[in-house]
Design a protein around this ligand. Sequence first.
Ligand SMILES: C[S@@+](CC[C@H](N)C(=O)[O-])C[C@H]1O[C@@H](n2cnc3c(N)ncnc32)[C@H](O)[C@@H]1O
Length: 223
Amino acid sequence: MIICVGIGPGSLEYLTQKGQELIQKAEVVAGFTTVVDLVRPLFSQHAEVITMGYKDQVAQLEKTAQLHHEGKVCVVVFMGDIHFSGFQFLERVERACGHSVDTLPGISSAQVLASKAKVCFDETTFLTFHRRGDIEPFKQHLVHALQDHRNAIVIPLPWKFMPKDISFFLIEQGIDPSHQVEVWEHLTQREASWQGTLAECNRDFSDMSIMLIRTLHPMPSQL
Ligand SMILES: C[S@@+](CC[C@H](N)C(=O)[O-])C[C@H]1O[C@@H](n2cnc3c(N)ncnc32)[C@H](O)[C@@H]1O
């Protein structure tokens, strides 16, 4: 059996009880090295650990799929929640296995940010640039979301389309530079936050950062 598990935003306090049980019972735990390392204290003594990076992920997932087909209990760990910016990796897991696999949701960094910044997801568009392929359609979607007076929670594309690039792009597209922005780094771990306007968002952040752009026209709260 094989299941993909969202481990939450970093701190083990945010891992679900079900996720913890699956990881503790797994005979094989696979995932990106940085993600695997976060849950390593939970592994059974005899667990086989398969770590990977961007370059060897296909080969390492094939190795994991092989063990799954041999009958081993396998868990593939994902950062946060699989259903937030995790589907390209999920597709790679399914391609390696040759069939669809089950997923266990976790708490996303987007949800922790929504809680920190007190924004309602109903009025917020989630967008990720942390993906392979053409990000242009997603850039346009972000412009439209802000034009529609929605908040936006955005995962940047590490080093290529970071918060300062996103802000510059939006201003260039005619979005009001006075939109309030928050950038949070390493949520639930070494948390740091920055607040300012789109116009002021010109500093560098780490690759573990997530951005909120608040609408200028919040919906009246509904009682
Ligand atoms: C491929 S995306 C996966 C997102 C994940 N599935 C989730 O639900 O949070 C990875 C990016 O999410 C953001 N991220 C994940 N965890 C974070 C955290 N604890 N604090 C800030 N940003 C985080 C960072 O931008 C990171 O580069």
